[in-house]
Write a protein that binds this ligand. Structure first.
Ligand code: SD4
Length: 336
């Protein structure tokens, strides 16, 4: 049942003061605290804000997450998503995105080039085609036919990183990511990353989306978990939704986001479900991990949220019916 009175009270509160709280585990919203939006990584507070405007006006979760993810896709300073994303080893910016709504609808584009908003193309694949996935050239041509502009997505700064990388051409996905982050914001490890966003609207309906430029300097044609339904994202409107970040190969291997949603179906809380998925991956792969990271966020049908990662350093942000922007560090498995 919709708790509309509670929603209105919280909306009024939220117009009074928007606070940014860091690491306030106590603020994790209680049952029925919706609408809400939750995203991977702290800098996506800016994306949540735009999604929240849709939700606070009674809009559909699907519209909220599309608008929210577009903010990060258009940000040239986020080198993991959309415009400004770091290229593959040949200098091509190739993007992956998917979207899923409350009706079991889903759409995805993989390895699309020169299109600023792959999340919106994924939505059109869902709404206008009999298919779920379009890749590469086909996805690009479909976007052009639907009014998207061809754009150069390689910024001068990302091109510079790529040229620097070419000097050694050493490929270790996690090292590359950490190196780039240190260069961009010394001392900070959270200035950018793939966006996975989940939202619940005033009607209690769930949607989600995920968008990324994938691993920097990947092989041409490489696709990670982010555009794969069930791996990078899964939504079941009767149960909950989940999305992933980190080394996509590991998330694909164990159908990560679907695993999280299934665990919630059988009674786990969102945090417990994320933890179960991380533990399952660790059990399977503990001899092949190197220093890689994966993390999940999840929301259940009651509006409870949770997150969990393999290692320290994963954070997420949300805005709920309480009208606050909150950034939290996820709990993690491998304590030092
Ligand atoms: C991928 N999962 O392409 C994405 C990358 C990512 O944090 O999430 N980075 O594998």
């Amino acid at each position: 049942m919709i708790n509309r009175r509670k929603f209105i009270r919280h909306s009024v509160l939220s117009t009074g003061a928007i606070l940014l709280a860091q690491n306030l585990n106590a603020r994790i919203p209680s049952t029925n605290s919706f609408p809400l939006v939750i995203s991977t990584w702290a800098p996506n507070v800016k994306a949540n804000k735009v999604a929240w405007e849709v939700l606070a006006n009674g809009g559909r979760a699907l519209d909220a997450i599309e608008k929210g993810v577009m903010v990060t896709e258009a940000d040239p300073d986020d080198t993991s998503v959309g415009y400004g994303g770091l290229p593959d080893r040949d200098g091509n910016v190739t993007l992956d995105a998917c979207i899923m709504d409350e009706l079991g609808g889903c759409g995805s584009v993989m390895c699309i080039e020169n299109i600023m908003h792959p999340v919106s193309v994924a939505r059109l694949v869902m709404e206008k085609t009999p298919h779920v996935v379009l890749v590469g050239r086909g996805a690009f041509e479909f976007a052009l036919k639907n009014g998207f502009k061809k754009e150069n997505l390689l910024t001068a700064s990302s091109e510079k990183f790529w040229k620097e990388w070419l000097k050694t051409s050493m490929y270790n996905p996690m090292d590359t990511m950490k190196h780039m982050k240190q260069k961009r914001a010394p001392g900070s490890i959270d200035n950018h990353d793939t966006i996975g966003m989940l939202a619940m609207d005033v009607n209690g309906n769930l949607s989600g989306a995920c968008s990324t430029s994938g691993m920097a300097f990947k092989m041409k044609g490489r696709v990670g978990d982010s555009p794969i339904i069930g791996a990078g994202l899964f939504v079941d409107n009767e149960v909950g939704a989940a999305t992933a970040t980190g080394v996509g190969e590991e998330v694909i291997r164990m159908c990560g986001s679907h695993t999280v949603v299934e665990a919630m179906r059988y009674g786990k809380s969102p945090k417990e479900a994320c933890q179960l998925a991380v533990e399952r991956m660790y059990k399977l792969r503990k001899n092949n991990l190197n220093d890689m990271q994966i993390g999940f966020i999840a929301v259940n049908k009651s509006g409870e949220i949770g997150a969990f990662s393999l290692r320290e350093g994963f954070n997420y942000c949300y805005r709920s019916g309480e009208g606050l922007d909150v950034v939290n560090d996820a709990e993690f498995l491998l304590k030092k």
